[in-house]
Ligand binder design. Sequence first.
Ligand code: SF4
Length: 327
Amino acid sequence: MKNNTLLEVNDLKMHFPIFKGAFGMKAGVVKAVDGVSFSVREGETFGLVGESGCGKTTVGRSILRIYKPTAGTVIYNGEDITSYTEKEMSKYRREMQMIFQDPYSSLDPRQSVGSIVREAITTDKNCKLSLSEVDAKVDELLQLVELDASMKDRYPHEMSGGQRQRLGIARALACNPKLIVCDEPVSALDVSIQAQIINLFIRLQKKLGLTYVFVAHDLAVVRHISDRIAVMYLGNVVEITEATELYDNPLHPYTKALLSAVPVTDYDVEKKRERITLQGEVPSPINAPSGCPFHPRCIYATEECKQKKPELAQHGDNHFVACHIIK
Ligand code: SF4
């Protein structure tokens, strides 16, 4: 990992107005992301975790400018890309890639594996490769993601889930990316296949110097791959720190509850562990709670928590937490 910052997200907000009735009256605002800030260093894997609906995927999509943020900035490689038009973004489209949870839905079922990867190579308007060089590059990419060259003539429906995800990765790599937003890339796969794909991500990062923003709901998965992790709750980051620190010394009550649900393989440790059960459901982001967004489910909530939203504050080296009771 290098020390230069590749990506900076500052006070990012994504608010979606909702309308009702025949006259389209504004009925509220969904605050999918409500002031998220973090930075990612070159060659780093930055994990974004939280329950479904916490806004982590929206952050990932806003980074790639699939969504235009309502407020805040996205700085990529020192350049503020927040308000870039599609044309201005085109110079970064290839080096900022996304890998999806369900590769099947992002692959054209009528195209063979070879043709999908070939197309990703040749859509680069600067591509000067001859036909045979493109074919060699397809073989090289398939080898990189550990798919047999004989797969070239197959179609996505003839592949397993793990093989399809490898194809999705090969297609992203065909663009020579610097930054890849991985949106729940293993959550649809069997546990044994998940480990293989995670290890592939790690090997590719070492080999190609890639930077990942790794979005997932499963803390066990994110732990294995991430250098640092941000925990999100209802559109807000509640804790950010190094991956090992987060697991060894979680501070935010929400992080503690999430971690207490992750199984531990050591039976004695597992037996002694305190399981923290979260009360109730995640509130709707349409009418998000006042003050700390976690207060309706937090067993430590005070009056202050109901009134005042806590800011992320530093508690130790590289450890930031948004909670009034952490001193
Ligand atoms: Fe709980 Fe209050 Fe901390 Fe929010 S600020 S997590 S409600 S103690």
